[in-house]
Design a protein around this ligand. Structure first.
Ligand code: ADP
Ligand code: MG
Length: 431
């Protein structure tokens, strides 16, 4: 199957072939015709499967006919959870639309709002936005939706995880009822289906590769180690194995910064990306990592989510995520095509509850390997898969701590995330 057979116009096909794409990915094969037909679409596929082109190409096709956007108007709105992702989607829109005369722009928090207002003033066929900043702009009358034809939620599962549900609902309430809705996500969780109920109408449902399938192709192991020895162990592993490009996950922003300092202190070239870094700093760190100038990139889950980094041979969990699904997302970052990847977790005794949750989710116990010289003093308990399920108490509805003026991509309203209990229902407060 070629892109041409999917019904896309010549200028789009040319842009696609300029990108070097030869055949549509499985998700594109299904999503593109469905979206071109004008129906609502719900699509789930893992990170890296080409979802962006999956909605952007048919969107461009649709928008290339019809009335261009008038002042302050937007014809298609793409919502994404993070600034990085917004910037990436906007880049793709520009690339795939390079032979069309459509206007697009991107808005997100953490940077000045005025230039964004200027760009909105001229009207845009496509606007890519994070929810918080978009609401700010809407409240200042910088954007209008009378001409809106299509709404896209990208990484919808992550938007829910990040507590954007209220913002999303509010934004939807401003949109014309008659519109096409596209919902893209890594998985179809129960929460996604609930959101979808109020959003998509008689959708075409597309799902490629079942959730958690990456787990099979990745060599996973854990090194039990004391908390205060983790950074030394990481340096040891990097030097000993001569890893040249390592992605390291940290649960917290503070932890990421501290680790970067520790790595730099022993002469390693490291950088951090997380929600407290300026957009410029994050973009630069990512570019330097891709170019091989930064050897170790330390990322929080939210910052790493959806970022387009080629798959790496090694992914290190410096600490375990408190949301077990994040473990699956993290290790999905490793394993290049046909090669198997390695996901290595440094686990201290305190993290045992997280480990148990992860092993429960993936349905297997992770092999343990002690590294000589780093054997822990604080014992990591043995785990077992047939733990009794906790009594099915209805979890309390978590409060979504959305303060006014909170910027999208910055989920920094720090409430402590407790250990384990109902971790899937917890809102992140700590990335
Ligand atoms: P997702 O949103 O599913 O995580 P992306 O849309 O970010 O994935 O795409 C991942 C990578 O695959 C990008 O680098 C993109 O340029 C590339 N890509 C997308 N579609 C194709 C294709 N049909 N052929 C080759 N590469 C593709
Ligand atoms: Mg994506």
């Amino acid at each position: 199957m070629s892109f041409a057979s999917l019904g896309l116009s010549e200028p789009i096909l040319k842009a696609v072939s300029d990108q070097g794409y030869q055949t549509p990915s499985p998700i594109q094969l299904q999503a593109i015709p469905a979206i071109l037909s004008g129906k609502d679409v719900m699509a789930a596929a893992q990170t890296g499967t080409g979802k962006t082109a999956g909605f952007t190409l048919p969107l461009l096709h649709r928008l290339s006919s019809g009335t261009p956007a008038k002042a302050n108007q937007v014809r298609a709105l793409v919502l994404t959870p993070t600034r990085e992702l917004a910037a990436q989607v906007a880049d793709s829109v520009t690339k795939y639309g390079s032979n069309l005369s459509l206007r697009s722009t991107v808005v997100f928090g953490g940077v000045k709002i005025n230039p964004q207002m200027m760009k909105l003033r001229r009207g845009n066929d496509i606007l890519v936005a994070t929810p918080g900043r978009l609401l700010d702009l809407y409240n200042q009358n910088a954007v209008r939706f009378n001409q809106l034809e299509v709404l896209v939620l990208d990484e919808a599962d992550r938007m829910l995880d990040m507590g954007f549900i209220r913002d999303i609902k509010k934004i939807i309430s401003f949109l014309p009822k008659q519109r096409q809705n596209l919902l893209f996500s890594a998985t179809f969780s129960k929460e996604i289906r609930t959101l979808a109920k109020g959003l998509v109408h008689q959708p075409v449902e597309i799902s490629v590769s079942p959730p958690n399938s990456t787990v099979e192709s990745v060599d996973q192991r854990i090194h039990p180690v004391d908390k205060n020895k983790k950074s030394a162990l990481l340096c040891h592993l990097i030097n000993d194995n001569q890893w040249h490009q390592v992605l390291v996950f940290s649960r917290t922003k503070h932890g990421a910064n501290k680790l970067v300092r520790q790595l730099e202190a022993v002469g390693l070239n490291a950088a951090a990306i997380h929600g407290n870094k300026s957009q410029a700093a994050r973009t630069k760190a990512l570019a330097n990592f891709k170019a091989g100038k930064v050897q170790v990139l330390v990322a929080t889950d939210i910052a790493a989510r959806g970022i387009d980094i080629d798959k790496l041979p090694y992914v290190i969990n410096y600490d375990l995520p408190n949301i077990p699904e994040d473990y699956v997302h993290r290790i999905g970052r490793t394993g290049r095509a046909s090669e198997s990847g390695h996901a290595i977790s440094l686990v201290c005794a305190d993290e045992f509850p997280y480990l148990a949750d992860i092993e429960h989710l993936i349905g297997k116990l992770l092999p343990r390997e002690l590294i000589s010289g780093f054997e822990p003093v604080h014992n990591l308990p043995e785990s077992s898969l047939d733990r009794r399920p906790p009594k099915a108490k209805k979890p309390k509805k978590p409060k979504v701590g959305h303060k006014d003026g909170q910027r999208s991509g910055d989920v920094a309203q720090g409430h402590k995330v407790g250990r384990r209990a109902n971790s899937r229902n917890k809102r992140r407060g700590n990335n």
